[in-house]
Ligand binder design. Structure first.
Ligand SMILES: *Cc1c(COP(=O)(O)O)cnc(C)c1O
Length: 413
């Protein structure tokens, strides 16, 4: 019998330990010393293979976390970063050159959308498309296209990308597909199943899970042949070709840009991983019940949740994902004040963030999308009253009651 993923993850550190310790040690050294000059030089030459040299390029504690993320994604290797945004920016900036064309979803996390505007300032030609249609991605492809980027489920609008269609298209046209899988996590969707080249995760959310550790990762899924990708520079075309992109990302995106994950945070994220599967199952069930309840409430005009039958990409979600995750967003009927409603909620923290143990609630437009004008927001599906709700680990009954009380309070006034 083959061992299940969670069992392997739970025993990973112990099986690789020297003293029988059950957690990977928290290595606080910045420097790692070698016995001879020759060994030191060799470590530099092969550091694409992850020898600890200097903590900015990774420590043994971070490498242990990278191995677990690789296992979860079914990939060939992972590079971890200090945050999800550090992983995303490093991936773009390491693999794209000025003059390249990037096809990206128009429904993206606000900070990623802002990052794309910075890429445009640096001479990368960014084209935004509807990710729910592989046809719209195909229509945008040009000879200069060097990457396609989508969120598997968009934050906060929950648009589901046509991952199968886009994956097949990118394979055919030999363009790397990069998927931000933060909202789902590898526990609900494996980007490898649609043959994505790279998958990005904000480890801060589901995987760390307690709102107590910031981190990000990029994993190569071994599905893309980098030998034909002319943006991999000669010094990084070394050793195992399935690692070329990661070597370039580790050198340019981590070593040079410096967004390194600390051993301390890698440790707390690794603790979160141990319970991620349990937490995800609980919050998926809770979120589906809450979404269904809100959708039937007269004061609510629209609920975005991929596992609701009314969701425009419900079929994609149902056929690809093991659950709908803990993220939902909704709008109230016109005339119902969203700020008043949020203030009337007693349980969720009025806070940004996702996938925390506690439920979190935030009005989206003037916070996460505050850099955009109301017209720009409308184009990307953010109406002015949109509320994002990240379902936590509280009792589902308590959350439903709290929402009902707040809705009736504002409905009556
Ligand atoms: C939160 C989030 C990020 C950024 O992650 P951080 O760890 O906060 O930097 C990126 N993409 C999505 C979809 C997110 O929800």
């Amino acid at each position: 019998m083959t061992e299940g993923l969670i069992t392997t993850l739970l025993h990973h550190d112990r099986r690789n330990s020297t003293h029988g310790e059950i957690h990977a040690p928290v290595h606080t050294s910045v420097q790692y010393a070698f016995k001879t000059a020759d060994q030191l030089v060799q470590a530099f030459e092969v550091s694409g293979n992850r020898t600890a040299i200097y903590a900015r390029s990774g420590t043994p504690t971070v490498f242990a976390l990278e191995d677990k993320v690789t296992l979860m994604e079914g990939g060939v290797g992972t590079v971890c970063f200090a945050s999800g945004m550090a992983a995303i920016s490093a991936t773009f900036l390491s693999l794209l050159n000025a003059g390249d064309h990037l096809v990206a979803s128009k429904y993206l996390f606000g900070n990623t959308a802002s990052l794309l505007r910075s890429l445009a300032r640096l001479g990368i030609d960014v084209e935004l498309v509807d990710p729910a249609s592989a046809g719209s991605v195909e229509a945008a492809l040009r000879p200069a296209t060097r990457m396609v980027f989508v969120e598997s489920v968009s934050n906060p609008t929950t648009v589901v990308a046509d991952l199968r269609g886009i994956g097949a298209l990118c394979q055919l046209r030999k363009i790397p597909l990069v998927v931000d899988n933060t909202v789902l996590s590898p526990l609900l969707f494996q980007a490898k199943s649609v043959r994505a080249a790279l998958v990005l995760n904000s480890l801060t959310k589901t995987l760390a899970g307690h709102g107590a550790g910031l981190g990000g990762s990029v994993t190569d899924l071994g599905e893309f042949d980098w030998t034909g990708f002319d943006n991999i520079a000669k010094p990084y075309r070394i050793a195992d070709r399935s690692h070329w992109a990661l070597v370039q990302i580790r050198k340019r995106g981590l070593r040079d840009m410096g967004g390194a994950l600390s051993s301390e945070h890698a440790h707390s994220i690794a603790l979160g991983l141990e319970t991620a599967d349990l937490r995800v199952r609980y919050t998926c069930a809770s979120a589906l019940r809450i979404a269904t309840h809100l959708a039937s409430h007269p004061a609510v005009s629209r609920v975005n949740y991929p596992f609701l039958k009314t969701h425009p990409q419900h079929e994609f979600a149902q056929s690809l994902f093991a659950g709908g995750a803990w993220l939902l967003s909704f709008s109230l009927q016109s005339g119902v004040q969203s700020f008043q409603f949020i203030d009337a909620l007693k349980i969720p923290a009025k806070s940004t963030g996702l996938g925390c143990g506690r439920s979190l609630v935030i009005p989206v437009a003037r916070t996460l999308f505050g850099d955009m004008s109301p017209e720009e927001r409308e184009l990307v599906g953010i109406d002015e009253g949109l509320i994002r709700y990240s379902v936590g680990l509280e009792s589902t009954d308590d959350l439903v009651n709290d929402l009902d009380c707040a809705l009736s309070e504002v409905g009556e006034s």
